[in-house]
Design a binder for this molecule. Sequence first.
Ligand SMILES: [Zn+2]
Length: 296
Amino acid sequence: MARRKRPDAPKKNDKAAPRSAYGEKELRSSGQSPRASQESSSLDNWKPKTLLGSKVKNREIFHIDEILDRGQKVLEPEIIDSLLSLEQDLLMVGQSKGKFGGGARRVFRQTQKKTMEGNKPKFATVVVVGDKNGHVGLGFGKAKETVPAREKAIRKAKLNLFKIRRGCGSWQCNCGKPHSIPFTVTGKCGSIEIKFIPAPKGKGLCCQKEIAKVLELAGIKDVWVKTRGQTRNLLNFVYACEDALHQLMQVKLKPEDINRLGVIEGSIEQPALPDEAGMAVEGIVSPAGDAEVKKE
Ligand SMILES: [Zn+2]
C-alpha cells in the first residue's frame, strides 16, 4: 500500500479537489482517498466489454441491487467499483515456515511442488471486500507470486459480491435497528458448522478474528457465533461463514416480521454515486428501506 500511495499523492491533489462532489464519503478516511482517486481515474478509462457493463457506464443502472436482484452475472469488476465504494481486507489463511516456532498466521498460504528443476512455490490468499452496508464478497486467488495472487483474489471477491439481510432479532434488545442479523443462520463447509445468533446492541462480534473481518465489512456489528469442527482450517471456516451469510437472503419472511425485526436487504441508501443519490432513494429502495431512511 505504501508504495502505491506515493505516486498517487500529487494526483489526488490535482484531481480530487475539483471533483469535490464526491464529498465526505471518500474524504472521510485518509487511507482510502488515494486509492479511491486512482480507481475513479481508471474507471474513466474503462471500456465495458459486456452489455451490463455498458449500461452501468452510461448510468442506466445506478444501484447494485438492480443487478443482484435479477441474479445477473457480473463479469467485470469495474461494474462493482463504479456502483459501490468498497473496502478490502486480506484474511490470514496461511502460516509462516521455519524452525524457530513457525506457524504464525500469514496472509499468503505458501505451497510447493517438487520438480526436477527444484521447488516451485505458489501463493494463495483470500480477500474480503465490502461496503460495511449490507454487501460483501469473498475471493480466493492463487499464483506463482504474491501480488498477482492478491489481484486475482480481489477481482474474484468483487465478482462474488452478494447482499445480506440485517436487522435486530435479539429478544434482549428489540430495537428494530439493523445492527445485527434478524434471525439465526447456519453454514457448513467440510467438517465445520457455523451458527450466527443475533446479539443485543453493544455486544460486538463474538467470534474468531478472520470471521469478524468478514462480518464487519458486511455491516454486522453485534453477533454471537457458535462453531463445530476443525475451525483451524481457515479456508473451510471462511467458506462456512460465507454459506451462512448467503442463508440470510434465502429465508422467507412474513411482512409483519420485516417491520418488527427492522429487516434491511442490502444497503439503505445509494452508496457510491452522490449525483444520483436522490434519484436512487426515491426510485429503488424497497418499502422497508424507505422506512429506515425516514428514521435516520
Ligand atoms: Zn437491537
